[in-house]
Design a protein around this ligand. Structure first.
Ligand SMILES: [Zn+2]
Length: 484
């Protein structure tokens, strides 16, 4: 097939160029172990399981184009991430890591010496900007395993080129992983770091606790903790369900004084109260503590209820973004998902009875839709932090869920890319397909505007103009999810 031939050509290119950087240096630490070890992993699978793969394998980075070699994607459909209608018969040129030209194929000249990839029958999307992500996995219980090896690869393999984390038990793993990705030592998405879960002692019902929680009990506590994590490099903060109103108020004030942002998985404090305190973002759509519980203690369903309407209006007016996380796991899982699972987890999910979990949370879905239609900033995140929800797979499945629920493909992609980029204030360099922006793209075989299932056929991913082969990325994560 054409595409594979191009991969081979690009690989050969890579063998002459990048290998110097990634193979010949003597490894100085576990971050920089050589590709020889990865090759050994392939030859001796059992031993290989014990070896770290916390760096690039030889083939993961399919192509880093030589400085001036443009890559031309010919005859593609483009969904650009702005909400504009899908465009047919386009050519897109990548040069020096950026998008250099876009237009109707007959009118965009191919630069001399360019690598031309004819992608008839394929659709190009902007790299996804996902806003509720974790580099950890928990299978019930109150602690998680960090996933610094499998998750960066799996995000990238499904077109997620930027993530904001949403709380962590492993802050320093995230900090160091971000550094390794930024320096080009590890494949993975651009990471925007959020603090650990900053929790309190709230009422039992609203107090999810993890062993990695940072507990704040007073406003002074909250300020001290915000300053500490900001100094360590966190640009975003996550308050958790048991935090008190006083501590949350102090946190919000201190975070804003530092010109950073704060989001929350609410519980003790309601959505309405958090909006009044000036919070920037609320996680899990309308998971709102006490706002949407009626006098009998029951959840208020749907979006037509006047209490829901008033809350939507308030959140829109106060410019509070909502991160929607429709992450029902696929059950039965795909073969590829079983393959990336660690055997312990695989056994558990192989025994599970198949059920169709799509749109299980319809009330939250229709509210999220009503919020978006009222002009609210809707963001998307997978929260793929365990219980069968796996990075990458879950992200791409959410696109399908939103389209099946009634958003158009174009609207959905904007929610999943430009909205997140705009919230992170990086919309001038990524989040949509436009000339001058970073070449952060993913390419699927087929036409998801006709058949949404095609969105899962990711064949190529570009991050800053570097081409990755999803098959290679996924195979480097085999058996690792849930463990590392
Ligand atoms: Zn989460």
């Amino acid at each position: 097939m054409k595409v594979e031939a191009v991969f081979i050509a690009l690989h050969n290119n890579n063998l002459q160029g990048d290998n110097k950087k990634f193979n010949c240096e003597k490894p100085k630490n576990f971050l920089q172990h050589s590709d020889k070890m990865y090759k050994m992993k392939q030859l001796f699978f059992f031993i290989g399981l014990l070896l770290p793969v916390f760096s690039f394998s030889q083939t993961e980075k399919a192509n880093k184009p030589a400085v001036d070699t443009p890559v031309v994607l010919k005859n593609v459909r483009i969904v650009d991430g702005t909400g504009a209608l899908i465009q047919q018969g386009q050519t897109l040129i990548i040069r020096n890591g950026k998008i250099a030209a876009i237009g109707i194929s007959s009118r965009v000249p191919v630069p001399p010496g360019a690598k031309v990839i004819d992608l008839s029958g394929h659709t190009v999307f902007p790299g996804l900007v996902m806003m509720h992500e974790h580099f950890e996995y928990r299978e019930g219980g109150d602690f998680s395993h960090a996933q610094p090896i499998s998750y960066p690869r799996l995000f990238l393999a499904f077109g997620v080129t930027t993530v904001r984390t949403a709380g962590t038990d492993h802050p320093y793993v995230n900090i160091n992983l971000k550094k390794a990705i930024d320096e080009g030592r590890v494949p993975g998405p651009e990471i925007h770091l959020t603090s650990p879960y900053i929790n309190g002692d709230g009422e039992r019902f609203h107090r999810n606790t993890f062993l990695g929680d940072v507990k704040v009990r007073t406003p002074e506590d909250a300020i001290r903790v915000v300053r500490y994590w900001a100094a360590e490099g966190m640009t975003s903060f996550k308050a958790y369900s048991g935090i008190s109103k006083a501590a949350l108020a102090a946190m919000i004030q201190e975070v804003h004084r530092l010109k950073l942002t704060i989001t929350a998985h609410l519980g003790t404090v309601s959505c309405s109260e958090a909006a009044d305190l000036g919070i920037d973002n609320i996680e899990h759509g309308f998971l709102c503590g006490t706002d949407l519980i009626d006098s009998t203690g029951k959840q208020i369903e749907g979006e037509d209820n006047p209490i829901v309407q008033a809350l939507i209006k308030k959140l829109v007016n106060k410019k509070v973004a909502l991160t929607y996380t429709p992450n029902q796991r696929l059950n039965p899982f795909s073969d590829l998902e079983f393959e990336v699972m660690h055997p312990h987890i695989r056994e558990k999910y192989k025994k599970m009875k198949p059920e169709d979990t799509y749109l299980k949370d319809i009330p939250r879905f229709t509210r999220a839709q009503a919020f978006s239609q009222a002009g609210g900033v809707l963001l998307l995140g997978s929260d793929a932090a365990g219980q069968g929800r796996i990075a990458g797979f879950t992200n791409i499945r959410m696109i399908k869920t939103l389209v099946k629920g009634g958003f158009t493909l174009e609207e959905t992609i904007k929610i999943a890319s430009l909205n997140g980029a705009t919230f992170l204030k990086i919309q001038n360099r990524t989040g949509s397909i436009a000339v001058g922006k970073e070449a952060d793209l993913f390419i699927v075989k087929g036409d998801p505007s006709k058949k949404i299932e095609d969105i899962e056929n990711v064949e190529m991913v570009f991050s800053n103009g570097i081409l990755y082969d999803p098959k290679v990325l996924i195979s480097a994560a085999k058996g690792l999810v849930g463990w590392q």
